[in-house]
Design a protein around this ligand. Structure first.
Ligand code: FAD
Ligand code: NAI
Length: 501
C-alpha cells in the first residue's frame, strides 16, 4: 500500500515518442505492470507497431512494421494511455514534463525515444529535400513526378535505395567516397552491386526476407491529422513500396556517379544566371565528354570537383541528427559526439530516472567486440524493449544483465533487390590493419565476405541467397578458432552447416 501511495505521488512510467523504440518500450512496460497506467506521449497521432515478429536465428530478427492510429495501441494494451501532444519542456530536477497542450506530467521513470531528424546539407533551402517520415516521402514523390533530373547527396541507406528505385529521371549521385554505399559496404561489394545500376531492373522482385513496412489498418483521418503536425516517426524498410518513384521521362535507370566530392555551393536559378558560368549535361555512356547544358534548371549544384550541374531538386540523404535539442534545454545531459543522449549499459542517461532508446541515444557502454550502434529499426526495437526491462528492474530493485541482442551486430535488409545480411564487424570497423578478408563472389548472384582476426570470424557481409547467416552468426558468437579450415570455410562445394553441426 505504501509503495502504491509513493508511486501516486512520484508519478508513472512515461515514454516519449511513438516510433518503434517508444512503442516497444511502452508495450513491454504495460506487460510488466498490467495494473498501472503507462503514458506514451507522442507528437504524431500515428504510432509504429511491430507485427509478425519472428526470431530468424539467435540474433537476426524479421518483423513487419505497421503505422497505426494510436487508438489501436490503446485497445491492444488497455493500460497504455497515449497523449497526442508534443513534449514542450523537460524539468528533470522536478521529475516532470510539460506537453504542448499545457499539461504537466510527473514521472517516476521516463524513457526518451524522440528519434532523429535528417541532417541536411543546406537547412532552409526549398530545393533541398530530406526523407524521414511518410509526409516527407510523399513530398519527395510529388516533386519527382515533375522532375527530369535530380541530384542525390550522400552514400548511405537512403541514397542506395533511391538510386535503384527511381525511374524516368536522371540521377546525379554525388558521394564523398570512392565506392557506393560506404556505410554498408566495402569497394568489392559496391562493385558487385554497381553492375545492377547499369543493367535493366528485373521485373520479378525477390520475396521479402526482411522487415516490411506497411500502413495496413491505418485510418485515413489519422494520416491527414499527422500531416498537420509535421513530426512523424522515421520510415523504415520498404517505405518506397507504395510510392511510385517515377520522373517525367520514359527510361528506367539513368544514374551518374560523381565520386570523391562534396557540395561546394548551391545556386538558385537567378544566382546562377548572374554567375555567368556553364553547367554540364548529364554524362551518358556514349557521351563521357563534358558538354555545356543549354537547359534552365530551378537549382544548380557546384561540387568540390568543380563540376556544376543543374537539376530540379536535391535530395540530402546525409545521415541523421538525434532529436535532443528540446531535452537539453535546462537539463545537463551527457551528449555523445554524434549528438545523441549518452546511455549506459542499462539504457540510462546521465540524469536520474531518465532512460533513452532508439535513434535519439548514443550507446556509451563498452560494447561487445562485434557490436556497434547504427541507427536502425532493429536496434530501435531492441533498445526500446531492453530499456523497459531495465526500468522494470530498477523499480523492483532487481539486477539485470545486458540483453543478448547487443552481443552481435546483425542486420538484414535489401539493396538493389538483393538480400543483404551484415554481421559483426562486417567492414572490419575498428580492427585496424590486423585482419584478413576472405571472399567468394559469383557475379550477379552472390557476394560473400568474411572478416577474420587471429583465426576468428569477426564479421561478414552476405549478399544474395547465401543461406550462410545462421552458421556465420554462430561462428562469430562462439569465436571458434577457424584457422585449421582455411579457405575451405568459403568453399561452395562444402556444406558448411554440416561441418559445424
Ligand atoms: C527513409 C528511411 C528508410 C529506413 N530504412 C530502414 C531499413 O531498411 N532498416 C532499418 O533497420 N532501419 C531503417 N531506417 C531507420 C529506422 O527507421 C530508424 O532507425 C528507426 O525507425 C528509429 O526509431 P525511433 O523510434 O528511435 O525514432 P522515430 O521513428 O523517429 O520516432 C520518434 C518519435 O518521437 C516523436 N517525437 C519527436 N519529437 C517529439 C516531441 N518533442 N514530443 C513528443 N514526441 C516527439 C515522433 O513523433 C515519433 O513518433 C530508415 C529510416 C528512413 C528515414
Ligand atoms: N536498408 C536500411 O537498412 C536503411 C537504413 N536507413 C537508415 O536511415 C537513416 C538515414 O539514412 P541516410 O540519410 O542514408 O544516413 P546514413 O547514415 O546511412 O548515410 C549518410 C551518408 O551521407 C554521407 N554524408 C554525410 N555528410 C555528408 C555531406 N556533408 N556531404 C556528402 N555526404 C555526406 C555519409 O558519408 C554517408 O554516406 C540511417 O540511420 C540509415 O542507417 C535508411 C535507409 C535504408
Amino acid at each position: 500500500k505504501e509503495a502504491a501511495h509513493q508511486r501516486q505521488t512520484m508519478g508513472k512510467f512515461v515514454v516519449v515518442g511513438g516510433g518503434i523504440a517508444g512503442v516497444t518500450c511502452a508495450e513491454e512496460l504495460a506487460v510488466s505492470f498490467p495494473s498501472e497506467e503507462i503514458l506514451l506521449i507522442t507528437a504524431s497521432p500515428v504510432i509504429k507497431a511491430v507485427t509478425n515478429f519472428k526470431q530468424v536465428s539467435k540474433i537476426l530478427e524479421e518483423f513487419d512494421v505497421e503505422e497505426q492510429p494510436s487508438t489501436m495501441l490503446e485497445s491492444r494494451f488497455p493500460n497504455i494511455k497515449v497523449i497526442e501532444s508534443g513534449l514542450k519542456q523537460l524539468k528533470s530536477k522536478e521529475h516532470c514534463i510539460v506537453t504542448e497542450d499545457g499539461n504537466q506530467h510527473v514521472y517516476e521513470k521516463l524513457c526518451l525515444c524522440a528519434g532523429a531528424k535528417p541532417k541536411l546539407i543546406c537547412e532552409g533551402n526549398p530545393y533541398v529535400l530530406g526523407i524521414r517520415d511518410t509526409d516527407s516521402a510523399q513530398e519527395f514523390q510529388k516533386q519527382l513526378t515533375k522532375a527530369k533530373r535530380i541530384m542525390i547527396i550522400g552514400n548511405g541507406g537512403i541514397a542506395l535505395e533511391l538510386v535503384y528505385e527511381i525511374e524516368g529521371c536522371e540521377v546525379i549521385w554525388a558521394i564523398k567516397d570512392k565506392a557506393i554505399g560506404n556505410t554498408f559496404f566495402d569497394a568489392g561489394a559496391a562493385e558487385f552491386l554497381t553492375s545492377k545500376l547499369v543493367s535493366e531492373k528485373p521485373e520479378a522482385k525477390i520475396p521479402h526476407k526482411r522487415t516490411k513496412y506497411t500502413t495496413e489498418g491505418m485510418k485515413k483521418e489519422a494520416r491527414s491529422k499527422a500531416k498537420a503536425d509535421n513530426v512523424g516517426s522515421a520510415l523504415g524498410p520498404d517505405w518506397h513500396e507504395g510510392l511510385d518513384l517515377k520522373g517525367t521521362e520514359e527510361f528506367s535507370h539513368k544514374v551518374h556517379i560523381e565520386p570523391m566530392c562534396e557540395v561546394k555551393k548551391i545556386y538558385l536559378q537567378e544566382e546562377f544566371r548572374l554567375l555567368k558560368k556553364n553547367s554540364l549535361t548529364f554524362p551518358t555512356n556514349h557521351n563521357k565528354s563534358v558538354t555545356t547544358d543549354n537547359e534552365t534548371w530551378p537549382v544548380y549544384v557546384e561540387l568540390t570537383n568543380e563540376k556544376l550541374y543543374g537539376c530540379d531538386f536535391i535530395v540530402s540523404a546525409t545521415g541523421v541528427t538525434p532529436n535532443t535539442e528540446l531535452f537539453l534545454h535546462g537539463n545537463n545531459f551527457d551528449v555523445g559526439e554524434d549528438g545523441g543522449l549518452k546511455v549506459d549499459d542499462h539504457m540510462h542517461t546521465s540524469l536520474p530516472d531518465i532512460y533513452a532508446a532508439g535513434d535519439i541515444c548514443t550507446a556509451a557502454w563498452q560494447p561487445s567486440p562485434v557490436w556497434q550502434q547504427m541507427r536502425l529499426w532493429t536496434q530501435a526495437r531492441q533498445m526500446g524493449w531492453y530499456a523497459a526491462k531495465c526500468m522494470t528492474a530498477a523499480r523492483l530493485g532487481n539486477c539485470i544483465d545486458m540483453d543478448f541482442s547487443f552481443e552481435l551486430f546483425a542486420h538484414v535488409t535489401k539493396f538493389f533487390n538483393f538480400k543483404v545480411v551484415l554481421l559483426g564487424k562486417y567492414n572490419a570497423q575498428g580492427l585496424g590493419s590486423d585482419h584478413e578478408l576472405m571472399l567468394r563472389c559469383t557475379k550477379g548472384q552472390e557476394y560473400v565476405k568474411v572478416v577474420m582476426q587471429n583465426g576468428r570470424m569477426m564479421g561478414a557481409v552476405l549478399i544474395g541467397e547465401t543461406d550462410l547467416e545462421e552458421t556465420f552468426e554462430n561462428l562469430i558468437l562462439n569465436q571458434m578458432d577457424l584457422s585449421p579450415y582455411g579457405e575451405e570455410l568459403l568453399d561452395p562445394n562444402i556444406d558448411i552447416e554440416d561441418y559445424f553441426d
